[in-house]
Design a binder for this molecule. Sequence first.
Ligand code: AMP
Length: 310
Amino acid sequence: MNEILKMIENYNQIALYRHVNPDLDAFGSQFGMYWTLKEMFPQKNIILQGKMDSDLLHLYPEYEVNTINKEPILAIVLDTANKERIDGDISICDKILKIDHHIVIDSYGDINVEIENASSCSEIVALMFKELEYKLPIKAAQALYLGIIGDSNRFLYSSTSAKTFEAASYLIDTGINIENLYQSLYLKKKSDLEITKFIYNHYQEDGGVAWYYLSSENLKALNISREQGSNYVNTLANIEEYPVWMAVTQNEVDHNYRVSIRSRSIAINEIANLFHGGGHAYASGATLQSLDELNLLIEKLKEKINERNV
Ligand code: AMP
């Protein structure tokens, strides 16, 4: 932490990056860092990088879109395993500090804080400031708490450790209202029921793998974005017969198909790697060029399930 603080202190301009398709942990660690550094170093120019067009953004009120000045820039890249997945242009920065909890595939930072067994990047960021005994601003604590909740599925996944609760306890001590946070996450709309109904009516299955497919037409009819379409992946979770489940959505803009893969006790990240993807052992993402590739992906996943059954 001292080495990191020294690095931060050396720069008047700090750009905070995270991965494309941001989730609660990507935003949580980015906004947690943003509000904390802004409070700790009010004279520095702290800039949020990456597209700000997600419907998760209502969870992070009142951020500013600062413009970059001519001074040298330190990049802090959060929750991003490899350089290709960084949302924004990193080449404008002098030095890079990487903070991440994914399986290490690319240590692209000048300093790399890579803790593979942390539940979330937000957990790492929270514990970094705890080490400094710094009392976080409420907005930072809320963002980080949501990040931990998102990636650990509210402390359910096996990545949840004593450290996760230590981070949560430190965040709760700032006075955040977790009931309000949970409502902001879990309160559903009637339209969610329609989407869930569609998934239950149309999901498919093959040898332990369950998945739903949302074409561009389906997404339009359900009035949701491609990203929102993937967010329902856990509608198929916790079914004994399906140790692996997926959301497949058509990406009309990029002319491909995005797959969110989730599993119970079956490592799927290496299979995701084969399909332009990656991620965690039990939660990975992949991109398919055609629906034919989906059959291949399913075959690979079935092989993996069968290995376990042998
Ligand atoms: P998703 O299904 O997109 O929510 O992704 C699940 C997890 O895998 C998230 O932690 C992502 O950051 C990670 N992930 C998704 N796609 C990739 C990729 N192409 N390379 C590395 N990690 C990924």
